[in-house]
Design a protein around this ligand. Structure first.
Ligand SMILES: Cc1cc2nc3c(=O)[nH]c(=O)nc-3n(C[C@H](O)[C@H](O)[C@H](O)COP(=O)(O)OP(=O)(O)OC[C@H]3O[C@@H](n4cnc5c(N)ncnc54)[C@H](O)[C@@H]3O)c2cc1C
Length: 428
């Protein structure tokens, strides 16, 4: 594989790929690659290594030129250091809400939000979806989902998400990408959401499907290397850039296992850093079998990352054995962190939505004490299974207290939430 022109996957590069020119460690370039990979849009990453290359290939003055990274689209359009919104606009996906009021507003376009969008829109509800980044959520960062019903040979999370986006849009759902819900207001009887850009979304019912945020390692200097050597999630967009390198994957769960197997196709060596004593209790059997059958994957158990080192880029990581205390530093420029996440539901706290200690939204039977809900529940009936303590506000997928953290269950909860939305709306 040529070093300077590597695709986002092993499949042959399509001539229609977006070309991204930038220097190593550019966090903006990483965000662009990550966004395009999640949207299942082919791209070519052309890493500029000298001022001369910056001039010749990207028409920039030098490697420090603030116009880098440069994106060149198949139609020849050139975007310099583009914002996420500019890219979404260029893809033709930027839109404003077309109605002043919706039947259903869905926050988050991961599997749960997309599931709700397909069922809501196909069942005649005027449906809008608000997604702060790209469709697919965590699943879109998965190189291969092997346990999703109907895909016997697996499917990449990005492809699954893109299919679902298309399906939801075909049924008439409106999807606002790159827009973040930041505040809710329920006092008017409507479910009103305010987006970070000031847009107001009014709906008769709402589903919160905002999933979880990747958990940080909590080591000094970590933020400095985010996108410049430290990546959160399975880093699908980065695999091809790991060619013949030694990369590290932190975590012992399914997402870490998938990431390790994927990187092993490109990297010379993959080291899995696992805090516990084995993979058995945390990983699906098919992944364990795959890992132990792959000679260039090494598993270090009882091990944690305690320090990261570098200048502008990550150069090394220090690991410690949590039984012996022995430390060792390894040179690497890529560390992938797959240690789960936590929900970001501060907005819910502000408006009295009941959450558990970790911030997950509590719904249905979990709200009951002696058979009845507390916290000022205003109706005769008890909350529906996925309904929060605010009537007409539902939660689906990973953001929900006690949810099963799986793609299929998130999609299922999204679909199920729509059934309860219908019941709620029929109550008038
Ligand atoms: C690398 C990886 C591999 C995985 N592999 C598998 C697998 O093989 N099989 C399996 O069953 N499960 C797998 N999982 C787990 C599965 O992907 C998750 O359980 C599933 O994605 C949860 O879906 P969700 O819609 O509830 O939440 P998420 O996927 O977390 O999606 C939430 C969405 O909400 C958006 N959002 C958050 N806050 C806001 C806001 N304020 N406003 C607007 N949008 C917002 C986020 O950007 C995100 O797109 C994997 C997870 C990872 C990370």
């Amino acid at each position: 594989m040529p070093e300077e022109s590597m695709s986002s996957d092993l499949k042959p590069q399509q001539p229609s790929a977006v070309r991204i020119y930038g220097k190593a460690g550019s966090a903006i370039a990483y965000t662009i690659r990550d966004f395009l990979a999640r949207c299942d849009i082919p791209f070519e990453w052309i890493e500029l290594r000298s001022d001369e290359e910056a001039r010749m290939k990207a028409s920039a003055e030098n490697l420090q030129d603030p116009r880098l990274p440069v994106c060149v689209f198949p139609d020849g359009t050139r975007l310099e250091s583009p914002t996420q919104r500019q890219i979404i606009e260029k893809l033709g996906w930027y839109r404003d809400p077309s109605h002043t009021e919706y039947d259903l507003a869905i926050y988050g376009a991961g599997p749960a939000g997309l599931g709700a969008a397909v069922y809501g829109a196909s069942e005649g509800l005027k449906t809008i979806v608000i997604e702060r980044f790209a469709v697919g959520g965590q699943a879109a960062s998965s190189p291969k989902i092997e346990n999703y019903l109907g895909f016997a040979h697996g499917i990449s999370g990005a492809e699954l998400a893109e299919r679902a986006r298309e399906q939801a849009c075909r049924f008439g759902a409106e999807i606002l990408l790159g827009r973040e819900g930041v505040r809710g207001e329920f006092s008017t009887g409507k479910r009103v959401g305010y987006l970070a850009d000031g847009t107001k979304i009014v709906a008769r019912a709402a589903i919160c499907a905002t999933g979880i945020e990747y958990r940080r390692l909590g080591v000094p200097n970590e933020e400095r290397f985010a996108g410049a050597g430290i990546y959160y999630g399975a880093g699908s967009s980065e695999a091809a850039q790991c060619w013949k390198e030694h990369v590290f994957v932190v975590g012992g769960g399914n997402s870490a296992g998938q990431a390790a197997l994927h990187f092993a196709r490109f990297a010379s060596k993959v080291t899995m850093v696992v805090r516990g004593d084995s993979l058995k209790s945390t990983l699906s059997k098919y992944l364990i079998d795959g890992i132990y059958a792959t000679p260039n994957i090494e598993v270090l158990t009882h091990t944690e990352v305690v320090a990261v080192h570098g200048d502008e880029l990550l150069h090394a990581v220090t690991l410690t054995n949590n039984q012996t205390g022995q430390q060792q530093t390894f040179e690497t420029s890529r560390l992938f962190v797959c240690i789960g996440g936590l929900p970001h539901t501060d907005w819910a706290k502000e408006v009295g939505v009941v959450r558990d200690e970790a911030g997950y939204i509590v719904t249905g039977p979990d709200l009951l004490h002696d058979g009845r809900p507390r916290n000022g529940w205003p109706l005769e009936r008890n909350p529906y299974y996925l309904e929060s303590n605010v009537p007409g506000l539902f939660a689906a997928g990973d953001v929900r207290h006690n949810s099963v953290k799986r793609c299929a269950s998130a999609v299922g909860e999204g679909a199920m939430a729509v059934t309860f939305v219908h019941r709620y709306l029929q109550e008038g």
